[in-house]
Design a protein around this ligand. Structure first.
Ligand code: ZN
Length: 171
């Protein structure tokens, strides 16, 4: 499939409340599909959050609500979520490394990125010579320390750019 075909698939695919698409497909389509939140007007207000665009109550899962993952509003079709301060995201990435993924991304994406960095460690353990040169060691450790920061910040920047915007562009 080329890029336009993928975009078409992503556009016409019916949305479900739980995203069950596979990881590779999400990566290829740049994860443009987000779960549609349930309208919470009929439910207890305690578990709901007002849509950032049209203010109708959205019923979200607790983990979703805490972390502010993007969801599509069933009423106005905009993406709702919590705003993320990139500086804090970068700090969390430095302090918590791959753990920070689990608070920024849905579990599937967090797992995937954790595996990427896990493979880096495993690859290093298996492939690095017993006494690696300083430059090799610097590259190995540097990637491990800074890689998660970069991934977290890019993910959060993307989140910010989509927040409160229509989930589907009309073009
Ligand atoms: Zn809305």
């Amino acid at each position: 499939m080329d890029v336009t075909e993928q975009a078409e698939v992503a556009r016409v695919r019916p949305h479900t409340t739980i995203d069950t698409g596979n990881v590779v497909e999400d990566l290829m389509t740049n994860e443009t599909r987000y779960p549609v939140a349930k309208d919470g007007s009929q439910t207890d207000t305690k578990g709901t959050v007002a849509c950032g665009s049209c203010a109708i109550p959205l019923q979200l899962g607790r983990w979703e609500r805490w972390n502010g993952f993007l969801v599509e509003c069933p009423s106005c079709g905009c993406l709702h979520g919590k705003s993320r301060a990139l500086r804090n995201v970068a700090m969390a990435g430095l302090l918590f490394n791959v753990l920070s993924f689990w608070f920024l991304m849905r579990p599937k994406s967090a797992l995937l990125w954790t595996l990427v960095f896990g493979s880096w460690v495993l690859g290093g353990v298996l492939l690095l010579p017993k006494r690696p040169s300083d430059a090799t060691m610097l590259l190995f450790v540097g990637f491990l320390l800074l890689g998660p920061v970069v991934v977290s910040v890019v993910s959060a920047a993307r989140h910010e750019s989509l927040l409160f915007k229509p989930a589907h562009s009309s073009t």
